[in-house]
Structure formats: structure tokens, C-alpha cells
Design a protein around this ligand. Structure first.
Ligand SMILES: *Cc1c(COP(=O)(O)O)cnc(C)c1O
Length: 360
């Protein structure tokens, strides 16, 4: 098989070493004679797998002891409903920052359960920036403040974590968790669908401060109550066992490769290389995002001549550069360069882009 580089936004590339471990262990996990998919989620083998995954995740992000880590189903989307159901009442005001597609889906769902105040929005400049925190119009008694730290589709990333004071800070980190250092103690709740930077889809990780648990409103479905999952150590029902196993291998891979600080340094190098290629193309390519807010994970770019889009994608594909087509809502191209994308992949893409521009 020829070498390919997969720039999918999600489900996304996984570390090759992790896939090879999965392959080697597939039919016989550590001498058990079983595949992880075949094991009881309450047996001693899987208990070891989930405990190690949690311990390694805690180590990677220095998660303080007063936070629970939950492995649950339903992807990031479950949290769009769970957050207002668990952290707010019907009469609460909840503050949301709108920086793009995923912010808006979270807002739409929250409106079903609480009174949403939009504290800030970047729509005035076509979603190309993060509004300055000093100008946010926050409510006095908000139950929480929600934002999305990296807009996977738009390509806008927060270069800072907001100062929320006593208001619990809630963040959708689906597409940049573990890509940069993080002070968990600033947050009330962090959530992330696994399929960008962690593992297979269907699994969702939640980091929640313990004092925020146990307040789900009456009528909350049992499966949407964070406290139920916390009290059962993520084994209230059958969790996505294989996904947790693969996530655990990704955590071990991260630890063996210098952890989050080393990933962050590499991610800065990869993103800089790609943005420099775009900016140095004399307008052949352009990126619509204002410089300080350009995502290190998802790099959207357009060709000045859209008529070349199909030729670009075809030539890229022939070059082993896969899934570069932008989201259908914005068009153009998008290169997602998560932790598992090697620097070499970004080098090959940059070189291809320069060659394509020269040839056209
Ligand atoms: C992919 C993504 C989601 C949706 O994740 P699902 O697992 O499909 O629910 C939500 N938020 C962000 C920022 C994402 O990138």
C-alpha cells in the first residue's frame, strides 16, 4: 500500500503505531485469548483498560482530584442537551459565545431548556475572529458560560481561555483537546467527542468539577444525568468499550511522545508551515481567518480561482493527500492536522500546494 496522508476533519487520522498495536492485539488482548470487543465491561481485563485510560488522560492534562472524568456515549452532541439539563434550570440565564457552526448548534439546543444570552458573536466579520473578551455582554447571574475553543468547520481557535470568575466555564474542546496545554482548574466542565484528537467516534469524554454534579433537573433522562455516569465510574450502562480501549492506546502514545507540551510544539510547527505556504502563494491560496485566531488543528483555505477546486482535489488525491475538501457549508478546502498528523504529512502537502500553484 502506498503512503497516504489523511486530512479528514473527523473521524480523523489515528497514530499509525496505535493502529498497529490494535492489529497485533485484535484477537488476543494481553494473553486473554479475547478481543477487547468480546469482553465484559465489568470483567477484570476491561476494568484495567478503563482505569489505565483514565489515569493516563488525567496525567496528560494534570486533571485535579476534584474533577471527574467520564467516558460516555452520544458524541459531543449529547452534551449540548446535558449541559443545560444538568447545570441550569428552566428559568436560568445561560451565556454562550458564538464563534461559528458548533457554537450555534450548542446554542440552538440550549434554547430548548434555558434562556440563552449571546454574550458575543463573530458573525459581523463572517466568523473570522474571536471577539475581544473585554467586550462580551455577560449576564449577572448566568448558570454557566459556554464556548467552543476550536471551531472545526470555520477554523477559528481561541488563543486564550476566558476568565469567567465565579461562573462555571463550560467548553466544547472536541477538536483541540490534548493539542495544547490547558489549565483544567479554570473550567467547570470540558467535553469532547473522541473522533478528532482521541479515538473512534461514538465516545465522548467529559471532565467535570464534582460540585457541579447532582443537580440535574426533574425529568432529565437517566442517561443524560452526569451524576449517574460519575457514580457508576462510567459503567452505568455498557460503555463504548472498544473506543475506550483505542483512546487509552492514544493516551499512551501521547505520553511516550512527550505529552501535551511536545504535541503543542509540533502542532505550532505544522500549522505555521501550512499557513506560511498559503500566505506566500501571492493570492493563489487564501485563508479567511484573522491571524491571531487561526486554528492549529483545522486549516481552511480557498483557491482564488474556484474553477480549479476539482483539479486541486483530484491531483491531491493522486498524490496520496486525502479528504481535503472543505465542509459543504463553506466550500473550498480544509486540512485538518490533528496530533496524529505527522510533520512529514504537512511538508508533503505544502510542497504539493506550491507545485500546484506553479503549474496553474
Ligand atoms: C465534531 C464536533 C462536534 C460533534 O461531535 P459528534 O461526536 O458528532 O457529536 C461538536 N463540536 C465540535 C467542536 C466538533 O468538532
Amino acid at each position: 500500500m502506498t503512503q497516504v496522508y489523511n486530512f479528514s476533519s473527523g473521524p480523523a487520522v489515528l497514530p499509525r503505531d496505535v493502529l498497529l498495536t490494535v492489529q497485533a492485539e485484535l484477537t488476543d488482548w494481553h494473553g486473554s485469548g479475547m478481543c477487547v470487543m468480546e469482553m465484559s465491561h465489568r470483567g477484570k481485563e476491561f476494568t484495567q483498560i478503563i482505569h489505565e485510560a483514565e489515569a493516563d488522560f488525567r496525567k496528560l492534562l494534570n486533571i485535579p482530584a476534584n474533577y471527574k472524568v467520564l467516558f460516555i456515549q452520544g458524541g459531543a452532541h449529547f452534551n449540548f442537551s446535558m449541559i443545560p439539563l444538568n447545570l441550569a434550570t428552566e428559568t436560568s440565564v445561560v451565556d454562550y459565545v458564538d464563534t461559528g457552526h458548533w457554537s450555534r448548534i450548542a446554542i440552538k439546543e440550549a434554547r430548548r431548556y434555558a434562556n440563552v444570552n449571546i454574550a458575543a458573536s463573530n458573525e459581523d466579520r463572517h466568523g473570522s475572529y474571536v471577539p475581544d473578551e473585554a467586550g462580551w455582554k455577560r449576564s449577572d447571574n448566568a448558570a454557566y458560560l459556554h464556548y467552543c475553543s476550536n471551531e472545526t468547520i470555520g477554523g477559528v481557535e481561541f488563543p486564550f481561555a476566558p476568565e469567567s470568575g465565579d461562573t462555571p466555564l463550560v467548553c466544547d474542546m472536541s477538536s483541540n483537546i490534548l493539542s495544547r496545554t490547558l489549565d483544567v482548574s479554570k473550567f467547570g466542565l470540558i467535553y469532547a467527542g473522541a473522533q478528532k484528537n482521541i479515538g473512534p467516534s461514538g465516545l465522548n469524554l467529559v471532565i467535570v468539577r464534582e460540585d457541579l454534579l447532582g443537580n440535574a433537573r426533574v425529568g432529565t433522562p437517566t442517561m443524560l444525568d452526569y451524576q449517574v455516569h460519575a457514580a457508576a465510574d462510567s459503567l452505568y450502562n455498557t460503555p463504548p468499550t472498544f473506543g475506550i480501549y483505542v483512546a487509552g492506546l492514544v493516551f499512551k502514545w501521547l505520553l511516550a511522545n512527550g505529552g501535551v507540551p511536545a504535541m503543542e510544539a509540533r502542532n505550532i510547527e505544522k500549522a505555521s508551515l501550512l499557513y506560511e505556504t498559503i500566505d506566500a502563494s501571492s493570492g493563489f491560496y487564501n485563508c479567511p481567518i484573522e491571524r491571531p485566531f487561526r486554528s492549529r488543528m483545522n486549516v481552511p483555505f480557498r483557491l482564488a480561482d474556484e474553477a480549479l477546486d476539482d483539479a486541486f482535489l483530484e491531483a491531491a488525491q493522486a498524490h496520496g493527500l486525502l479528504q481535503l475538501k472543505g465542509h459543504r457549508s463553506v466550500g473550498g478546502m480544509r486540512a485538518s492536522i490533528y496530533n496524529a498528523m505527522p510533520l512529514e504529512g504537512v511538508r508533503v502537502l505544502s510542497e504539493f500546494m506550491r507545485d500546484f500553484a506553479r503549474g496553474h
